[in-house]
Design a protein around this ligand. Structure first.
Ligand code: T4K
Length: 410
């Protein structure tokens, strides 16, 4: 078990009339914020034992023994021949672009974290935003339709831990002769057709940021079955050095430190417990929100295929009687800091704003999704009592939605 006790208990407040809501002046449901995420903190004694080793060795970075150990353990866990740890996932994807000599345009979903579009832009590549399907991952048909002579690669995101339609995307990319890469930032431990994610496409990139189901505080992980690609990535994450004074190619500094690897080794030990706890939170939300009009909890399709780290809901404004942003205002006032990831979509975010729209290629499904997705506290950020309180509040809001909406300040 890890050291993850909730920081403070929810106050039980009556929910009888609209004036009991914090948005109308009452005390909030929680006295401290309930974020969408609260990083997993492993047993401190185990972490300190590894740190003592680091101190004794005086070896802090540059492919140290803990980084090597974590890479080997990740290869075993993910059942993939190569794991290359880096400083973060954004740098990791940049290394992959360099190693594959990607040029021109790169297709990606607009509905993903903005880091990928920014990285492509900074590397001199052109992000081409595509639609996602009902599963919130890159739509293979739309991807095929936007493929052109300048397409250099496709980066598809396993959104919220659920895998893309990998087979269909692979067919599209094979037909066009371009590499398929996966942004697996959310999806550590997830599976596709029985295999853990990590072995698909030319490479998959995981974020090991503190907010992720498995983390190293900051960190990234590239997995691949391609020996030559893995060797190249190991060079370029370390300035291109292949020996103490031999440089083979241009590279950057994207090395993971021993302190980050120590955190990863401890969190990998705790990963099973982390997922079990997250699954209980999901089940509690599912029970608490069952049959509630307008708040549609997305449950991972197969339990073992997802780490259950994210609690994602789609808000149906018509059925609810208020839109997602009005609900967000009500929740935030109660100290429930729900988030509307990945609003407003890459195609509507600077500096990419307008490129897709100017080309006459709108993304109506992405726009609609960005108007209705809301993430609730999950991933260690809420305990079961918190979830019960949140669901009780949501039931009250649904029961009085029209009156609440009418009384909300504009
Ligand atoms: N691709 C995808 C699909 C991604 O989601 C991400 C990152 C990437 C690529 C890039 O990976 P990296 O280069 O970062 O490895 C956070 C993370 O900073 C970001 O890593 C993550 N995705 C993104 C979805 O979430 P913000 O802007 O939401 O961070 P922030 O500070 O609002 O934190 C999120 C919540 O966690 C807050 O409610 C507070 C809480 N929190 C956060 C931290 C850092 C804590 O309670 N403790 C903490 O230490 O971006």
């Amino acid at each position: 078990m890890s050291d993850n006790a909730s920081s403070s208990c929810a106050s039980v407040k009556p929910l009888l009339t609209l004036s009991d809501l914090a948005v109308f002046g009452a005390a909030p449901l929680f006295d401290t914020p309930r974020h969408v995420n609260r990083p997993n903190a492993p047993k401190r004694a185990a972490f300190e034992a590894l740190i003592d080793q680091v101190w004794d060795r005086r070896w802090f970075s540059n492919d140290g023994p803990l980084v090597q150990k974590l890479e080997q353990r990740l290869c075993d866990f993910l059942d993939v021949p190569h794991c290359v740890l880096t400083t973060n996932a954004t740098a990791a994807l940049d290394l992959v672009m360099q190693a594959l000599n990607v040029e021109g345009e790169v297709l990606l979903p607009s509905y993903t974290f903005i880091s990928t579009a920014h990285m492509l832009h900074l590397r001199g590549l052109t992000p081409v935003f595509c639609e996602v399907g009902a599963d919130m991952t890159l739509d293979p048909a739309d991807c095929a339709a936007r493929m052109g002579p300048r397409t250099g690669a496709v980066v598809a995101t396993h959104a919220w831990g659920s895998s893309c339609n990998i087979d269909a995307l692979q067919r599209v990319c094979d037909a066009a002769g371009v590499p398929l890469l996966f942004d697996a930032a959310h999806a550590f431990g997830g599976r596709y057709r029985g295999h853990r994610l990590g072995r698909f496409g030319r490479a998959e990139v995981f974020s090991l940021h503190a907010t992720k189901a498995f983390h190293t505080c900051e960190g990234g992980l590239i997995t691949t079955t391609d020996d030559a690609l893995a060797n190249q990535l190991r060079l370029t994450r370390n300035f291109g050095f292949s020996g103490s004074d031999r440089v083979d190619c241009a590279g950057m500094n994207a090395k993971m430190s021993e302190l980050h690897a120590a955190m990863g080794l401890c969190n990998l030990d705790a990963f099973g417990d982390t997922c079990t706890a997250a699954k209980e939170i999901h089940a509690d939300y599912a029970r608490g929100l069952a049959g509630l009009a307008g708040i549609n909890l997305r449950c991972p399709p197969l339990e073992e295929d997802n780490n259950h780290h994210y609690v994602v809901a789609e808000i149906d404004a018509t059925a609810l009687g208020m839109d997602r942003d009005a609900l967000l205002a009500v929740l935030t006032a109660e100290n429930i800091w729900a988030r509307r990831y990945f609003f407003p979509g890459g195609h509507r975010s600077p500096p990419h704003l307008g490129e897709t729209l100017a080309a006459g290629l709108g993304l109506p499904q992405t726009d609609a999704l960005c108007a209705r997705v809301l993430l609730f506290p999950g991933g260690g950020a809420a305990d079961l009592d918190d979830v019960d309180q949140i669901c009780r509040l949501l039931r009250f809001v649904v029961a009085h939605s029209e009156a609440i909406h009418a009384a909300l300040p504009l």
